[in-house]
Write a protein that binds this ligand. Structure first.
Ligand code: PGA
Length: 247
């Protein structure tokens, strides 16, 4: 039985002071007994949020990392820095990073490997555009994203990765995929994992759905056989996030 995982992706929201307020509001409201809960916060908020969450089972995630250990990479943050700061999860390959910050399948793969090397869990995002869906090539596209992102990983390593299926047309639009649409793709992702790594890995790897998840639709989405929780953007900044976690 896979444990559900619900991660809030705060994106570029909340100053350090506002982050403290949000954590204080949410931390006692989310049930961490049955669900792994993660707050993926802006880099500048990582240290204070780790501190504020001490004594809880809520994990802190980063939204990005660089794939080199150290050196002349102005503005970047290394995996060792995140690890030492207490980060447990790192979002990688979010469609916003692919679109605005030139993230590619190749850099996603390099980052996934580095994150694992540093004992953190990658939340590796994939998802199609509306155009790809209309052309009927969404499954083919996502299969390629998943294969490229996991390239070179052993089955044991792949089992640690969390995959987030986020159709781009559903992100921040209020237009959630139906639970059937989301389930179809998450099942297809599990099928690729099976082809690559066999039954056991396909059985244990966790696959989230993301894209306008809210307090109303979470229960139905998370009840689907192949959906093991969610990656939540907008609704993770509100009290509603507790409702999603406690679905
Ligand atoms: P949304 O974002 O929940 O605001 O649609 C999801 C995400 O981008 O992770």
């Amino acid at each position: 039985m896979r444990k559900k995982i619900v991660a809030g992706n705060w994106k570029m929201n909340k100053t350090p002071k506002e982050a403290m307020e949000l954590v204080a509001m949410l931390k006692d409201k989310v049930d961490t007994d049955n669900v792994d809960v993660v707050f993926c916060v802006p880099a500048i908020n990582i240290l204070p949020v780790v501190d504020a969450l001490k004594g809880t089972n809520i994990a802190v995630g980063a939204q990005n990392v660089y794939f080199e250990e150290s050196g002349a990479y102005t503005g970047e943050i290394s995996p060792a820095m995140l690890e030492e700061a207490g980060v447990k999860y790192v979002v990688v390959g979010h469609s916003e990073r692919r679109e605005y910050f030139a993230e590619t399948d190749e850099t996603v793969n390099k980052k996934v490997k580095k994150i694992l090397e540093h004992n953190m869990t990658p939340i590796m995002c994939c998802g199609e555009t509306l155009e790809q869906r209309e052309l009927g090539i969404e499954i083919e596209f996502i299969r390629t994203q998943v294969k490229c992102g996991l390239a070179g990983l052993s089955a044991e390593e792949a089992q640690k990765v969390v995959i987030a299926y986020e159709p781009i047309w559903a992100i921040g639009t209020g237009k959630t995929a139906t639970s059937q649409q989301a389930e179809e793709i998450c099942a297809a992702i599990r099928q690729v994992i099976k082809e690559l790594y066999g039954d056991k890995t396909a059985e244990v790897i966790r696959i989230q759905y993301g894209g306008s998840v809210n307090g109303k639709n979470a229960a139905e989405l998370f009840a689907m056989e192949n959906i093991d929780g969610g990656l939540v953007g907008g609704a993770s900044l509100k009290e509603e996030f507790a409702q999603i976690v406690n679905y």
